[in-house]
Design a protein around this ligand. Structure first.
Ligand code: ZN
Length: 416
């Protein structure tokens, strides 16, 4: 009965992302993603569980902080422990004991980072590959079919193609799967970016074909907009992705040489998406510094993922409301030895509420005590979660500009 199937599809498409409030003077909106394993209130930050764990935390910690979705990485999980093992456990959520929604990256960014030589460095630590640690993987060939490379785990030859990526994400049973794309670096020519973006569009169709034939209906597939720093290529890519069967849109790629250019690229892209597909959810890949979140929400981004809060924590850095210091304080620095101040004044995160001092964190981090890094991970993720909650409330009450201005001048997130 084709008609009833079609109606079901339309219904689920509409229900998958519900927009509640749109800001009058920006592209910001609040919404709810209705996914197979639960709901996500947007705009939302998505912590990384790259290799199947939010580093140093258990799922209950992440839930207690108020997070509703985490991100797993196809490239790393494909290499180890492998999709068969995770599938046998019932998928990534069952394997890592995370009960909520999961979004999986396609592996495109990691596999191409090897060949392009540090896209992650190029975008100054905002890259999607930042949690992967050192890798000695190497690209053997890139072609229309896919990418052949050497595994950093065992040196064995592996092949990742649009179909492989979708099959792995199928085995991981993520709620949101991303299509396999080429993440073009910033330094290549316009011609290379144009050809690469076209190939990414052909791979988009191959991913959607695979999903249509073999995928689960409850897994939502997002297309990825590429196009480098070329406005016309970005717009064309946004239009191509919008015209496809994908259910949501991710914005990927090397987004420029500095923050101003990155914000501009996001602006071009979401302006185009607002015009051609305002109803689809939008995910910004690998970006999530505090100022990027504040700008990104205004540009109409619904979900963000970034290594920043968790990676900084592992290096002894706390997120604090100090814009002139890029919202960071490095507690590993000698001047914090013996400090009896809290990580952040009036912070209601579980760590600050328990009374841990900067001096203790300094000691624990310097002594190599895992607990120090865990406490900072909790504080940092709590800060981001409360910031996002404040932004959602501000959009709903029509006061986003004032709230963003307050954060930009050093306000702390409210306790909610
Ligand atoms: Zn705190």
């Amino acid at each position: 009965m084709p008609s009833s199937v079609e109606r079901t599809e339309t219904t689920s498409f509409l229900l998958m992302f519900q927009i509640h409030t749109r800001a009058r003077d920006s592209r910001a909106r609040t919404g709810t993603l209705h996914l197979a394993h639960g709901e996500v209130q947007t705009p939302a930050f998505v912590p990384l569980a790259t290799r199947g764990s939010v580093k140093l935390l258990e799922p209950r910690d992440v839930l207690d902080l108020g997070y509703e979705m985490v991100l797993g990485n196809t490239f790393h999980l494909y290499l180890s422990p492998g999709p068969e093992l995770i599938d046998a456990h019932g998928g990534l959520g069952a394997f890592m004991r995370w009960p909520g929604p999961i979004i999986t990256d396609s592996g495109g960014f990691q596999v191409f980072s090897m060949g392009h030589g540090g896209v992650a460095d190029e975008i100054k630590g905002r890259g999607r590959g930042q949690e992967q640690g050192s890798s000695s993987s190497a690209i053997l060939s890139i072609g229309e079919e896919g990418v052949r490379f050497r595994s950093y785990i065992d040196g064995g030859e592996r092949f990742l193609a649009p179909e492989t990526s979708m099959a792995v994400q199928h085995a991981l049973r993520s709620d949101i799967a991303l299509v396999f794309d080429e993440c073009t670096p910033f330094h290549v020519t316009r011609d290379y970016t144009a050809r690469s973006t076209e190939r990414t569009h052909r791979w988009l169709e191959r991913c959607l074909d695979w999903h249509e034939q073999h995928g689960r209906a409850e897994q939502v597939v997002y297309g990825i907009v590429q196009g480098g720093v070329e406005p016309d290529l970005r717009i064309e890519s946004a239009e191509t992705v919008a015209a496809s069967r994908c259910r949501g849109v991710a914005i990927g790629g090397s987004l420029g040489q500095d923050k101003a250019q990155m914000h501009q690229v996001v602006d071009w892209t979401t302006a185009a998406l607002e015009r051609v597909t305002p109803e689809r959810p939008r995910h910004l890949l690998g970006i999530g510094d505090i100022d990027d979140l504040l700008v990104g929400v205004g540009l109409g981004i619904d979900t963000f993922d970034c290594a920043m809060p968790t990676r900084l924590a592992r290096h002894g850095v706390a997120v604090v409301p100090e814009p002139s210091q890029r919202w960071r304080v490095d507690l590993a620095k000698a001047r914090f030895r013996g400090s009896q101040e809290p990580i952040m004044e009036d912070c209601h995160c579980p760590v600050c509420r328990a009374g841990f001092t900067r001096g203790y964190i300094h000691y624990a981090v310097r002594a190599g005590e895992t607990t120090g890094r865990r406490l900072l991970t909790l504080h940092n993720l709590s800060f981001i979660q409360r910031l996002m909650s404040d932004l959602r409330q501000a959009i709903n009450s029509g006061s986003l500009n004032e709230t963003v201005a307050a954060f930009m001048s050093g306000a702390a997130p409210s306790w909610s």
